[in-house]
Design a protein around this ligand. Structure first.
Ligand SMILES: [Ca+2]
Ligand SMILES: [Ca+2]
Length: 562
């Protein structure tokens, strides 16, 4: 469906101001192509954008909002840790119906309403029957854990997502199962009886000692054999040399693609399938993705290969992979966001994107700051420092499919801390006082450290991180080149400000990103490889002006030009 009304025009038409507002400063009165921006929010949190240049230019400053949901790659995803997100039945455990109830928060189906975050895809943490709160130890792949709901609830959530143009992918944990899985009971029984003809005898990886190289094995009780369990004794590892196992894991995916209608998967522990054997793993994922693409040609999958780029990129031949080197406190995004050199960041993005494309042109990069296995970003990139916003600028306004970890958009905190528990990284979503799940089992993070408020408190605050994320996603959608375009890093000598272009169908968007705490002036006539005449948007702590060829980008601010 083609949107015919321009993005900008619509926003101006709904210009019914109330509540708080911030406005860009008008600079250089009388100069050609001066830009002035007003960003406002009405009492419901509606985002209003008005960009003004001189009248000769303004007619060109309009956008068709790009509906990226038809893209296989390049969508803005949102990771939901299901048990901590939204509770629908009062037991304080997040569930699938809770997500359905919060769909308007995530995406209300109207790209121009300005009333939802606008994410385009959802990754659900594991939802299959399991004894743990995190559910990475699956008891039964065909049953939704009863604390999360039912298969019918999942189908309704999928329908609800698709009605809004949102993709939904499931966390698929197949390297290992839970110890309570009946497959494991049958495997153990076969070994106790030394019945090598039993169809489950080879179902899991086993050996005759407790340790082989770096692989960890556990004894099978009443047997001389040992089973592989690199993560834990409760997570026995399947044997992918067993044809029946390959069939079983294919059947699971088939069921959720065909019968439930999900759009793809996030593959847990992808490099552990064959422990330490990269070539065998890549072969496996190539085979698996090939089979899944036969079922659903436009499937979107992304794998967890938590390792160095040089290893992870090998898997890019088979499947999209998260870019772990971009994440966490010492990662590429945080480094550049915290007064770092954006030229270096852009060079990295270009180089790594090219590597991924050379491995498989259908795959792309998957930038993110944090996920359920990492300390939350707001702890080391505070809202007060502006880093939370510069980091978001860097990875949301760029190529690939950025993944936002739930609560990142409101600056939720949570770190392992001295109690060394991942539960602290998976705390309850802070909707508002009185409307939150319980924290996961074992969480010790003090509530008083959550100083950035709730969804409710941020909703009507025009300067809030929530409204900032919403605006970033709107800007991304207003520029289809972010989804479809070829990325090119433009080196700017003598400044840490970064520049890149993205070009699609002979249309180019040029982006300048200043993560420093001082404005940067740049004579555009000295920059090779760009061809721009006007600012079409900006987002950041400050604003931007263009006076002739002199571009001034305010502190911690990103500018979009055409
Ligand atoms: Ca519940
Ligand atoms: Ca394994």
């Amino acid at each position: 469906m083609k949107r015919t009304v321009s993005f900008l025009l619509t926003l101006i038409m709904i210009f019914t101001l109330a509540g708080c507002s911030e406005s860009g400063n008008s600079v250089s009165d009388g100069a050609e192509a001066v830009i002035e921006g007003e960003r406002s929010y009405d009492t419901t949190g509606r985002y209003l954008l008005s960009l003004k240049t001189n009248e000769a230019v303004i007619d060109d400053v309009s956008f068709d909002c790009y509906e990226g949901a038809n893209d296989t790659n390049n969508l803005v995803f949102y990771e939901i840790f299901v048990g901590s997100f939204a509770d629908s039945d009062g037991d304080k455990i997040g569930d699938l119906r809770g997500i359905i109830e919060k769909m308007d928060y995530l995406n209300d189906g109207d790209p121009k309403s300005g009333e939802s975050l606008g994410i385009e895809g959802i990754w659900l943490s594991p939802i299959f029957k399991s004894p743990s709160y995190h559910k990475y130890d699956v008891t039964d792949y065909y049953t939704i854990d009863e604390s999360f709901g039912t298969m019918e609830d999942l189908k309704e959530l999928v329908k609800c997502c698709h009605e809004r143009g949102v993709k939904i992918i499931l966390d698929l944990v197949i390297n290992h199962t839970g110890a309570q899985n009946e497959w494991f009971a049958k495997f153990q029984s076969a070994h106790r009886h030394e019945d090598t003809s039993d169809e489950y005898y080879d179902f899991y990886s086993y050996g005759d000692s407790i340790k082989q190289g770096n692989r960890v094995f556990y004894p099978i009780s009443s047997s001389d054999d040992f089973y592989e369990g690199n993560f834990s004794g409760d997570m026995p590892e399947l044997n992918f040399d067993c044809e029946a196992v390959r069939e079983a894991v294919l059947d699971i995916a088939k069921f959720y693609l065909n019968d439930v209608g999900v759009d793809g998967f996030r593959f847990d522990a992808a490099k552990y399938v064959y422990y330490g054997e990269t070539a065998s793993n890549v072969d496996f994922w190539n085979w698996y993705m090939g089979e899944l693409k036969k079922i659903k040609p436009d499937i979107y999958c992304v794998a967890e290969v938590w390792d160095s780029d040089s290893l992870t990129q090998e898997y890019s031949a088979a499947v999209n992979c998260f870019d772990f080197s971009m994440s966490q406190a010492d990662g590429m995004i945080a480094t550049a966001a915290k007064l770092g050199d954006v030229n270096q960041y852009n060079s990295y993005v270009e180089k790594y994107l090219n590597v991924v494309k050379s491995k498989n042109p259908d795959n792309t990069i998957v930038p993110f700051i944090s996920n359920h296995d990492m300390d939350r970003a707001a702890g080391y990139m505070t809202l007060a420092s502006g880093y939370a916003k510069t980091a978001a600028n860097l990875y949301i306004l760029g190529p690939g499919s950025p993944f936002i970890y739930y609560g990142e958009e409101i600056g939720m905190k949570g770190s392992r801390g001295s109690s060394n528990t991942d539960a602290n990284r998976r705390l309850r979503m802070r909707w508002r006082e009185g409307e939150m799940t319980a924290d996961p089992v074992g969480a010790t993070f003090e509530d008083s450290k959550q100083t950035n408020g709730t969804v409710l408190s941020q909703f009507t605050d025009g300067d809030s991180l929530y409204n900032y994320y919403k605006r970033l996603i709107m800007i991304r959608k207003a520029n289809p080149e972010f989804y479809k375009g070829e990325y090119k890093a433009i080196q700017l000598p003598g400044t840490k400000m970064g520049c890149f272009t993205m070009t699609y169908n002979n249309s180019t968007v040029t982006v300048f990103q200043n993560t420093g705490i001082a404005p940067v002036e740049l004579d555009l006539s000295t920059v090779e490889g760009i061809n721009v005449s006007k600012i079409t948007d900006y987002i950041g702590i400050a604003d931007a002006t263009l006076d002739g060829t002199l571009l001034t980008v305010g502190e911690q601010t990103t500018v979009i030009m055409r």
